[in-house]
Design a protein around this ligand. Structure first.
Ligand code: PEP
Ligand code: MN
Length: 355
C-alpha cells in the first residue's frame, strides 16, 4: 500500500500513523527524501484502506496494494476475481448471464399483480418485482400496502413460481420481508441506511442494492461492502440514474458507471431504466444503453393500465413495449456472446432482432 502524507505533518502524528501500520502487520519505509510517501509492505486486509485513509495526516491512499476490499475485482495477489453469479428464483445474474426483473412499482391489486406476473414471465422476465413498502419522498404519498402487500406477493409467487424482489425499508422488517422475498431491494433512498445494510448482510438472501441519487460509485461500493462484510455475498448493484440539472428525464442514467463497475467489481450490475427515464417512452432506449454498456440485467416497471396506479404510473411500460425490450436485450446479448436467461414457460419471440 502507498500513502501520501501531509507535508507539514507534526512528528507526533507521523509516529501515530507508523505505529498503527505496525499494529496492522506492515513494515514501512518512506520513499524519496521528504517524508510524504509512505510505502507499506505486508499482508493487507479489507478494512485497512478505510482505517488508514481516515487518519489525520493521511492525504490519500495512492495504491491499496494487497488491502483489497471484498467487492473488488482485483485480489491482493494480483489475480482478478471471476464474476459473482446471483440467482433470484429462475433469474441468473452475472457471469455472462443476463436476466430481466419486472413488475409494477407497488403491489396494489392481487389480480392485477398475478396478471402482470404471468405476462412478464411469458415475455421473458425471470423475477417479479413489486413494492409492499414504498419509500416515498412525501409522507402523504401512497406508502404501499405493507404486510398485506407481502401476503399478496407470497400468493402470487406460489401461483406463478416467479422469484420475488421486494423492498425492505426498516431493519425491523427484514425478517418478515425475508419470508417472502427471494431478493431484498434496498432503494436509492436507503443506500446509506447502514443499520439496514448490516441487517440484510446477516441474512443469506440476495440483496439488490440501488445507487443513491447523489451517491458516488465509491459510496455505492462501500454500501455493498456493508452487506458483504456481514457474510452475505449475494449482492447485485443497480444503477437507476443520478440527479441531474435537466428535467427532461427524471434522472441521468450513468452508463459510464455501469461500464466502470463491470471492471472494478466482481458483483453483478443491473440497470433500472424506468426510474432513470421517469417516462415510459424512454425506457426502451435506456434499457438498450444499459445492456450495451455491460449490465447483467434490467429492472423494469410494467403495468397494463398505468392510469390505475398510485406510484410511478408515467414510467410504466405496457406489455407489448416490454416484449420489445426483451427482444432488444436478446439481440444485444447475442452480439457479445451472453445469454438472456428466461424461464421455461416463457415464449420465444418470433422476432428476436431490433425493430
Ligand atoms: C422503486 O424501485 O420503485 C423505487 C422507489 O426506486 P428508487 O429507490 O430507485 O427510487
Ligand atoms: Mn417505482
Amino acid at each position: 500500500m502507498l500513502l501520501r502524507l501531509e507535508s507539514t505533518l507534526p512528528r507526533s502524528d507521523r509516529d501515530s500513523i507508523l505505529l498503527l501500520c505496525k499494529e496492522l502487520g506492515y513494515t514501512t519505509r518512506f520513499l524519496g527524501g521528504r517524508q510524504e510517501l509512505l510505502e507499506l509492505s505486508g499482508p493487507g486486509a479489507p478494512d485497512h484502506r478505510s482505517r488508514l485513509a481516515d487518519l489525520a495526516g493521511v492525504v490519500r491512499v495512492l495504491d491499496v496494494g494487497a488491502a483489497r476490499e471484498l467487492h473488488e475485482r482485483a485480489t491482493g495477489s494480483g489475480d482478478t476475481r471471476p464474476d459473482t453469479i446471483v440467482r433470484i428464483g429462475d433469474a441468473v445474474i452475472g457471469g455472462g448471464n443476463v436476466s430481466i426483473i419486472a413488475g409494477p412499482c407497488a403491489v396494489e391489486d392481487e389480480g392485477r399483480l398475478a396478471e402482470i406476473a404471468n405476462a412478464v414471465r411469458r415475455a421473458g422476465a425471470t423475477a417479479l418485482r413489486g413494492g409492499a413498502f414504498k419509500p416515498r419522498s412525501s409522507p402523504y404519498s401512497f406508502q404501499g400496502l405493507g404486510a398485506e402487500g407481502l401476503a399478496i406477493l407470497g400468493r402470487v409467487k406460489a401461483l406463478t413460481g416467479l422469484g420475488v424482489v421486494t423492498e425492505v425499508l426498516d431493519p425491523r422488517d427484514v425478517e418478515a420481508v425475508g419470508e417472502v422475498a427471494d431478493a431484498f431491494q434496498i432503494g436509492a433512498r436507503s443506500m446509506t441506511n447502514f443499520a439496514l445494510l448490516r441487517e440484510v448482510g446477516r441474512t443469506r438472501i440476495p440483496v439488490l442494492l440501488k445507487r443513491g441519487f447523489a451517491a458516488t460509485v465509491r459510496e455505492l461500493l462501500l454500501a455493498a461492502e456493508y452487506v458483504l462484510s456481514g457474510g452475505n455475498e449475494q449482492v447485485v448493484l443497480c444503477e437507476r440514474g443520478v440527479r441531474g440539472f435537466d428535467s427532461v428525464t427524471r434522472n441521468l442514467l450513468d452508463v459510464g458507471a455501469v461500464a466502470h463497475l463491470k471492471g472494478a467489481t466482481h458483483l453483478p450490475v443491473i440497470v433500472d431504466p424506468s426510474h432513470a427515464a421517469g417516462r415510459a417512452d424512454l425506457v426502451r432506449p435506456l434499457a438498450r444503453a444499459g445492456i450495451a454498456a455491460g449490465a447483467d440485467g434490467l429492472l423494469i416497471e410494467v403495468h397494463p393500465a398505468p392510469g390505475e396506479v398510485h406510484s410511478d404510473g408515467a414510467q410504466a411500460v405496457g406489455l407489448d413495449a416490454f416484449a420489445r425490450i426483451v427482444a432488444d436485450v436478446r439481440a444485444l446479448c447475442a452480439i457479445d456472446g451472453r445469454t438472456l436467461v428466461t424461464s421455461q414457460l416463457s415464449e420465444s419471440p418470433a422476432n428476436g432482432g431490433f425493430q
